[in-house]
Every structure is written in C-alpha cells, then in structure tokens.
Ligand binder design. Structure first.
Ligand code: SF4
Length: 322
C-alpha cells in the first residue's frame, strides 16, 4: 500500500469553473443519487433559465476579474440539456473562455448538440462532451447512433456509464462498442454504498487516461501515477486512501479550491472566503476573491472538483508558484 503526498489536477494552469446548473434530471434512473428529485414543470425550467442567465452575467464579470487567461467551464447537473444553453452561455462572451464541457445523458436529439457546438465554435470555444449512457431510458442502439453524430463536432468526446451489481453484461457491451468506435470511455463503479463497501461486484474501467489524463498522483515512495478520472483514483486499491476505506484524509493539506478552481452551485459559489476558512462557505458570485492555496479543514474530501492537493507547503509552492 502506498501513501499519497500530492494529487495534481492537470488543468493546474487554468481557471476551472464547475457549474452545477440544476439538480433536476429529465430521466430517473434507479441507480442515480438524484433518483428522487421532484419533477419540474416547463415553467420551473424557464424560471431557472432566467436566473442562470443572470448568474452567467456575474460569471462573466468574475472571469474578467481573475488573472487567469485560460478559463474552462464544466457544466453539470442533474441534466443540463433541459436548458437553452446557447441563451445562458451567450452572457459569458469573453476571450478568456477557452472550453465548455458538458456532462449530459444525450436524451435530446443530436441536433441540439450540433447547434450548441456551432455556436461555441463561432466564438473560438472548444466544446467537449461527457455523454452518460442510461440504459433504462435509452437503448444502446440509439445512444451510439447519437455518439457517432457527435464525435466529429467535439474536441473530446467521452462515453461513460455506471456499473452496478447487476449490469455486467450491459457494461461489457458498452465497452465493446466504445472500443469499436475508438472513443474514450469510463465505466465507473456505483459509489452510493462506498462507505460500507457492500457493492463490490462492479466493473471500473477507464481508458480515458490515455487520451485525456486528469490527475497526476505523487506517492511517498517516490512513485507517480496518472489517473483519468476521480473514480479511477478513488477506487485504486493499491493506494492507502481508496474510497472503500475512508476516502482521502486530507485535513491540513494545501488545496487549490478557490484559487484556480471554483464550484458554482446554481447561482452562488461554495468555496473559501479566505486562507483560514473551510471550503463550504456560501459566496455570492460578485463577492468572490481568489484565495491562495491553503490548508483543508475537512476530515475527508470526495475530490469532486479540479483542485490540486499537496501534503506540504513546499511541494505546493514548487508546483503552483514556480
Ligand atoms: S474538502 Fe475542500 S479544502 Fe478540503 S481538499 Fe476537498 S475541496 Fe479542498
């Protein structure tokens, strides 16, 4: 078993905004953590869309205020394609914005995504997609038919699905299809019961790391590893902080949350106010100020963002400020 000493996000030189637009999804998969989220009406979606346009204008101001010139936004939900994303994103028309990634169930027609890709291309913004396969609501045939249409319009296209106790055959067919299309894929373990370790009969396979590495991990014995996803790191049984045990114990480690990474929950930031605060403070978009990497206050972290983590200040300084 090896101990982690640093986990560097490979977008370190960029400013990454993870923006959760909604917790609502247009399908309700039995294995989803948002399975029981109440239904939304058309009016609810339209009202949220207006609030998101206002938030987008504030994000534009925030981006312009940062010293970073490469800004990337990851759109997550719920399901983000319930909104008119062109309308929302047209409020963030800044040259600093270099990439939009959306995680989507691609239940909508391929035309929706093609039109969004053309809109972003006209502004020199890269478009990348993480397309989740939800076999309870869309057949593999229809899903891969859309995948074939979307691959050419995206800078990077990743297919993903969740592996549970009882969908092994579906996962294997999914992997086979992805490999025949030569597309990056992630089959991620069902983490709902990770603390008890009850769900062990899953598949966790990522080939994404070869084309799009996400984390660079450094260990106490001097070894290093590259991971393609949060899940592949958390499920690495050779590492002394894997998710089946006690997640990652990073209290006191230096974390770049609120430095070059922020998490926006609908229309406010959940992050650090200053170097002494923990990262769960509610901050209005217009009040955000960059906080230098500072020690984590939490018992453990789910590593669900683009922050980097360093056990010592020296390692962090070497990496971030040199
Ligand atoms: S809990 Fe917050 S401060 Fe701690 S490592 Fe995670 S994101 Fe960073």
């Amino acid at each position: 078993m090896i101990n982690l000493v640093a986990l560097k996000d490979l977008d370190t030189n960029d400013f990454v905004i993870k923006w959760r637009l909604t917790k609502y999804c247009n399908v309700h998969c039995s294995y989803c953590i948002r399975h029981e989220h109440p239904a939304y009406t058309k009016e609810d979606i339209e009202a949220d869309e207006e609030r998101l346009c206002t938030a987008a204008k504030k994000l534009y101001d925030l981006i312009e205020r940062t010293p970073f010139n490469n800004v990337k936004i990851d759109l997550i939900g719920g399901e983000v394609s319930i909104f008119d994303l062109k309308k929302i994103l047209s409020n963030i028309s800044t040259k600093k914005l270099k990439r939009i990634n959306m995680t989507t169930n691609i239940i909508k027609s391929a035309d929706y995504y093609v039109s969004l890709a053309e809109f972003l291309k006209s502004q020199d913004i890269e478009f990348t997609v993480t397309a989740s396969f939800h076999y309870e609501f869309q057949s593999a045939e229809i899903y891969f038919d859309k995948v074939k249409k979307l691959i050419p319009i995206c800078k990077l296209f990743v297919c993903e699905m969740v592996s549970t106790d009882d969908n092994q055959d579906i996962c294997k067919n999914f992997i086979k299809e992805c490999e025949s299309l030569n597309v990056d894929y992630m089959v991620e373990s069902d983490l709902r019961l990770e603390k008890t370790g009850e769900r062990k009969n899953y598949i966790s396979v990522v080939n994404k790391r070869f084309k799009n590495p996400r984390y660079h991990a450094y260990f106490s014995d001097g070894s290093e590893k590259i991971y393609g996803s949060r899940n592949s790191f958390l499920c690495d049984k050779e590492v002394d902080c894997n998710v089946m045990q006690n997640r990652v114990n990073v209290r006191g480690w230096y974390c770049t949350n609120s430095y070059n990474y922020i998490y926006v929950d609908f229309n406010f930031i959940r992050g650090k106010i200053d170097e002494k605060s923990d990262c769960r403070q509610i901050i209005q978009l217009e009040d955000f100020n960059i906080v230098n990497p500072s020690p984590c206050h939490a018992e453990s972290c789910t590593i669900c963002g683009h922050m980097s983590l360093y056990k010592t200040k020296e390692k962090m300084n070497d990496d971030i400020f040199c």
